[in-house]
Design a protein around this ligand. Structure first.
Ligand code: PXP
Length: 240
């Protein structure tokens, strides 16, 4: 199973101060060096974390790039020009903290199908980010999407009484998609704890896209070295 590392929140840290660091390219390099199969980045309409220059750089880096994007003319044009290896079509609301629900492929069938066709013709592997809902999965198939990404957010946020039901929905969705010949990815809210039941219950997973938990974990593993490095500079550069 492959891991796509979503590095949006490396860009979030940069945008908090309007500076040029941390570098998303460097983060991509480290993630790839650690064994990630690709880098995932969401170019949101409001550019709250990744910006156009980031996507340009990542697309030119040679790393496998999965561009997450809304189904808009602007995004389809950018993706058609950058030609990342893959793209994942997501719903997007301006006020949301993060992508809140799956794409409603049934309701937006014509526009989603048109985007799938345009991007597939450019050689981009298209995936639709949807809830584990059989009707949505069938619509994804009818759109000609080769991949879906099952939204794991409801599972990740479920209290103890809902976890089993959410896992069952994901497993049924994955089986149904596989029976239709659609390849299945999954993502959103996956962390170091909830990954175990997810992998134990849900079959046919090709790739997981994980961001927030990995960037958070990197604080624990990087903070000690970062503080030591600053203390070393203080000791080296202080006057007399
Ligand atoms: N997959 C999709 C389609 C997403 O929109 C996101 C969040 O941007 C992720 C995966 C990663 O989610 P998280 O940051 O919670 O791991």
């Amino acid at each position: 199973m492959k891991l796509g590392v979503n590095i949006d929140h490396v860009a979030t840290l940069r945008q908090l101060r309007g500076v040029t660091y941390p570098s998303v390219l460097k983060a991509a390099e480290l993630a790839m060096r650690a064994g990630a199969s690709g880098i995932t980045a969401h170019l949101r309409e409001d550019r709250r974390h990744m910006n156009d220059a980031d996507l340009e750089q990542l697309a030119a880096s040679g790393y496998r790039l999965n561009m997450e994007m809304a189904v808009t003319e602007e995004m389809v044009a950018i993706c058609s020009r950058l030609k990342p290896a893959a793209c994942c079509l997501v719903p997007e609301k301006r006020q949301e903290l993060t992508t809140e629900g799956g794409l409603d492929v049934v309701a937006h069938f014509a526009s989603v199908k048109a985007a799938v066709e345009t991007l597939s013709a450019r050689g981009v592997e298209v995936s639709l980010f949807i809830d584990p809902d059989l009707e949505q999965i069938r619509a994804a198939k009818e759109c000609g999407a080769p991949f879906i990404e099952l939204h794991t957010g409801a599972y990740a946020n479920a209290g103890t009484e809902r976890v089993a039901a959410e896992l069952k929905r994901l497993a049924e969705g994955a089986r149904y998609a596989d029976s239709l010949g659609i390849r299945v990815n999954a993502g959103h809210g996956i962390d170091y704890e909830n990954i175990r039941p997810l992998l134990a219950e849900v079959p046919h997973l090709n790739e997981l896209n994980i961001g927030h938990s990995i960037v958070c974990e990197s604080v624990y593993y990087g903070l000690e070295a970062a503080v030591k490095k600053m203390l070393e500079r203080m000791a080296t550069y202080q006057l007399g």
